[in-house]
Design a protein. Structure first.
Length: 234
């Protein structure tokens, strides 16, 4: 997320760091410090659109999370489980203990503020395959770019980039997707399989892969300006 997303940096020396407007495609804002350096205090912000699911992952230190905008939910465990989510509205503080696997879901457009003392890293519980217009990438971290790969588990990406879809917000096209190796199991406890689609000029909305649509509500979402649920065509 840190390197393969457009990151904004306002970490120059100052006393006040107001919330900034995140631009399309920008997910991380570096506020203060460098989380990669041992012993250095850091603060950064993460933007997530409505419906976004954060895959199960761990950190080598306690993660300190404050919701500064929106409504978010945090859950503990190695598999995404909506029933285990605890809601966190604006102003709520939460923690994810060191080495404890956890996941999350954004009910609305959300900005999170993360702080701690480095080094900080974010390692997914199992490798994640990411479908983009530049090919498929294998991710092992939520903060680092993935490596190109020529293959992915069967049924990971039933919907391809530029595939047309329809939802409550109107028609759109798939612009990307993420899939964990276990996502192909669908109802049998899969973690996540999802696509991100564009509806209109600036809008994006979640759509589930056909392989998991009838299982858990598991989709990585990225929504502007609303969060419609996309139905599967017969």
């Amino acid at each position: 997320m840190w390197d393969n997303a457009k990151a904004q940096d306002q970490s120059g020396h100052r006393n006040v760091y107001p919330l900034s407007t995140f631009q399309p495609g920008q997910w991380v804002e570096k506020v203060s410090g460098d989380f990669t350096k041992p012993g250095e205090p850091f603060v950064f912000r993460i933007h997530q659109d409505a419906g976004y699911i954060t895959l199960p992952h761990t950190h080598p230190i306690d993660e300190n999370i404050t919701v500064v905008k929106g409504s978010w939910s945090l859950g503990m465990g190695r598999r995404f489980n909506r029933a285990a989510l605890e809601p966190m509205d604006t102003g709520t503080f939460g923690t994810a203990p060191k080495n404890m696997a956890h996941f999350a879901w954004s009910k609305t457009e959300t900005i999170l503020q993360i702080h701690g003392i480095g080094p900080f890293a974010s390692t997914v519980v199992e490798p994640v395959y990411e479908l983009t217009d530049k090919g498929i990438f294998l991710l092992t971290s939520l903060l680092l770019p993935g490596n190109p790969t020529s293959s992915s588990p069967p049924d990971c990406f039933a919907l391809k980039v530029n595939a047309k879809v329809r939802g409550e917000a109107g028609e759109g096209v798939v612009v990307g997707a993420q899939c964990s190796a276990s996502a192909r199991n669908g109802r049998a406890g899969s973690q996540l399989a999802g696509c991100v689609v564009a509806c209109g000029q600036e809008a994006r909305t979640p759509v589930s892969d056909r392989a998991t649509f009838r299982g858990l509500t598991q989709f990585s979402a990225d929504v502007r300006p609303s969060s419609p649920q996309v139905t599967e065509n017969a």
